[in-house]
Design a protein around this ligand. Sequence first.
Ligand code: FAD
Ligand code: SF4
Ligand code: SF4
Length: 462
Amino acid sequence: MANMAPHKVPMPEQQPDVRNHNFLEVATGYTEEMAVEEAARCLHCKNQPCVAGCPVNVHIPAFIEKVANRDFAGAYQEIALTNSLPAVCGRVCPQETQCEGRCVRGIKGEPVGIGRLERFVADWQLAYGEDKVEKPAPNGHRVAVVGAGPAGLTCAGDLAKMGYTVTVYEAFHAAGGVLIYGIPEFRLPKSIVAKEVGKLEQMGVEIRPNMVIGRVDSVDELFEQGYEAVFIGSGAGLPSFMHIEGEDLLGVYSANEYLTRINLMKAYQKGYDTPIAKSHAVAVVGGGNVAMDAARCAKRMGAETVYIVYRRSMEELPARAEEVHHAKEEGIVFKLLNNPVRITGDQDGRVTGMECVEMELGEPDESGRRRPIVKEGSNFFLPVDTVIMAIGTSPNPLIRSTTTGLEANRRGCLVADERGATTKPGVFAGGDAVTGAATVILAMGAGKTAAEAIDAYIRSKE
Ligand code: FAD
Ligand code: SF4
Ligand code: SF4
């Protein structure tokens, strides 16, 4: 008998006024009983609309049925057929626009908590499941992967399973990409990412940190070293700025720099001396997931007041609904339909505040969202000592400018076909480096597709 309760089994969470002072995970996860109860809400629809909503087509009703029957190991095997990072995806996928967005239970109530169940199963496997990773027999071919984010790691893992000898070159000192330097510990514990990376290493994938391709070696030089194909998964980590007065003042950060200092360089942990602003009042400019993460980190770092300054309204805010909800609960102040025009500073060059204007929404622009228009004479002053710009990122031009024959589009994204093949033979690319800033699961999907295409390319030359 299906559980016809209209709401999901609630996710246990730390209380807002407790968690906004620590970096421990906000949502603490379902118990076995909760998972079984939620799994019973699935109707096992014949046409499986939820599966079509998942970019890697996780066998959703099949794994949920196994959860309902308490076969958690079996549920994990079902998910692992198409998703190599379920503990990550269960936590950070924008489920409301993907799998859960298509769930029929969502028509008259809340959809089945697919992400919560996926997280439960993956965590159960990490805690109790068998952890034996087979090292495949080598097939004698070598492939280089540039970037150890979700795209690069997925591509590397899939190629290693096929027997390829894979080396991943990563610019940072640790693997994981945005999963370790961007998304904060309280949304995605880094131990989970480290376990996933560890599994790849057990399969024989070599990860070479502190290697900036384009500086230490170029992509062309990787071919000279004997690699038969190269996958570029270098992401879109170059921050954008507004080019307004005062952006060079002390106390202005890009969200990427601020989050990297906190997450990767552990500025929040005792025993690390990573420099970071001791802020009282912070303005985060932007309305995406990155802005929410920066704002919630600033609050945890001790700021009394944290503003999200966004030029459109709540309706257009691009961040995941859950992140916005959590941010509000934690005391982040939303200043919507507001836009900065100038950052002010004192005689030492430190930020003292932001001059903003009010906005109103006009006709939809080419993105389909209503265009924000300045309300004349609405200027006001927001006193803050730190400004964090979270208005978007694009791919770093280093790789394309140091590789012969590699084309990029107007936005600086590498040009690649649907299989990931770029304009240079033997070079494949995927994830944010091709699409611009997107999602973890799309980057993983691109890494997977490219691994198949690389295999076909190398076989075709045999
Ligand atoms: P990345 O994760 O960016 O990895 C690229 C890697 O390449 C990095 O490790 C980088 O150091 C390395 N690299 C770059 N240049 C070189 C070079 N020249 N040589 C060697 N290595 C190089 N998505 C979601 O689905 N849900 C979320 O909740 C979510 N929240 C986010 C929060 C933040 C703060 C940010 C920044 C992004 C968020 N995203 C989220 C987006 C998601 O993380 C990205 O779309 C995804 O990580 C892209 O994967 P990728 O492998 O293409 O690139
Ligand atoms: Fe949903 Fe993401 Fe899991 Fe797919 S991978 S089922 S979109 S949570
Ligand atoms: Fe279950 Fe919802 Fe998928 Fe139907 S659409 S099979 S109810 S998860």
